[in-house]
Write a protein that binds this ligand. Structure first.
Ligand SMILES: *Cc1c(COP(=O)(O)O)cnc(C)c1O
Length: 221
């Protein structure tokens, strides 16, 4: 199946209010170009170097999403152009993004990553941590970032009830926080294997890679 066909098939299953981010990590420039020609303009990458490299080489109206874990010392490379940073999970990282955004004379939109999966992972804030962060005075000093919502990844499991429960818990937290954060509008949840469930549970942005571009083959990199 071609990238074009895959994209069109997926778009048919996504309602208009849900944004589709095409996750092009590990895929060549030509794959991004094929999707771009098919009308896709929002792409996601999880490595700073690859993101900056693709930004350089591809049309400038592409909106680039940083979806992976971002190290503080690498923010400067994407600050001039990044459209949305999905995986923010510390105040230290927010401070750095704010600093680099200011240097570039812009405001950078961010999502806070929430840990919803049962699996152990290093990344993501708990619901208590996110509330503490949003309510802190230090956070309110950061004028060049805007937290526009939340991002989360469900457990990688065949158990759809488990996945649904995790997405529902994130949606619940999103709705609760939105009462005091009116600028919240993005709930980034859902990937190739679980995006239909994520949409049913209230996702407004899905991040889809392999279902568009085919399986990733890390061994040939
Ligand atoms: C790779 C990745 C995706 C896309 O995964 P697929 O299963 O290929 O759709 C989505 N979100 C994040 C954070 C990723 O790293």
């Amino acid at each position: 199946m071609s990238i074009n066909t895959n994209l069109n098939e997926i778009k048919k299953t996504i309602p208009n209010h849900v944004a589709l981010i095409a996750v092009s990590k590990t895929k060549p420039i030509s794959a991004v170009e094929a999707a771009y020609k098919a009308g896709q303009i929002e792409f996601g990458e999880n490595k700073v170097q690859e993101l900056a490299d693709k930004y350089e080489k591809l049309p400038k109206d592409i909106k680039w999403h940083m979806i992976g874990h971002l190290q503080t010392n690498k923010v400067k490379y994407i600050a001039p152009f990044v459209h949305l940073i999905h995986g923010v999970d510390s105040f230290k990282l927010l401070q750095e993004i704010n600093k680099r955004a200011l240097q570039n004379n812009r405001t950078i939109n961010c999502l806070l990553q929430i840990h919803i999966a049962e699996e152990e992972t290093k990344f993501g804030l708990s619901s208590d941590e996110v509330k503490e962060l949003l309510n802190s005075d230090d956070f309110k000093q950061l004028n060049n970032i805007m937290i526009v919502g939340l991002m989360g990844m469900a457990t990688n499991t065949e158990d759809n009830d488990q996945v649904r429960k995790e997405f529902a818990s994130l949606k619940c937290l999103f709705d609760e926080l939105k009462k005091s954060q009116p600028q919240f509008e993005v709930l980034s949840m859902g990937m190739s294997g679980d995006y239909p469930i994520a949409i049913e549970e209230g996702s407004t942005m899905v991040r889809i890679g392999s279902a568009i571009f085919g399986e990733r083959n890390y061994s040939v990199l």
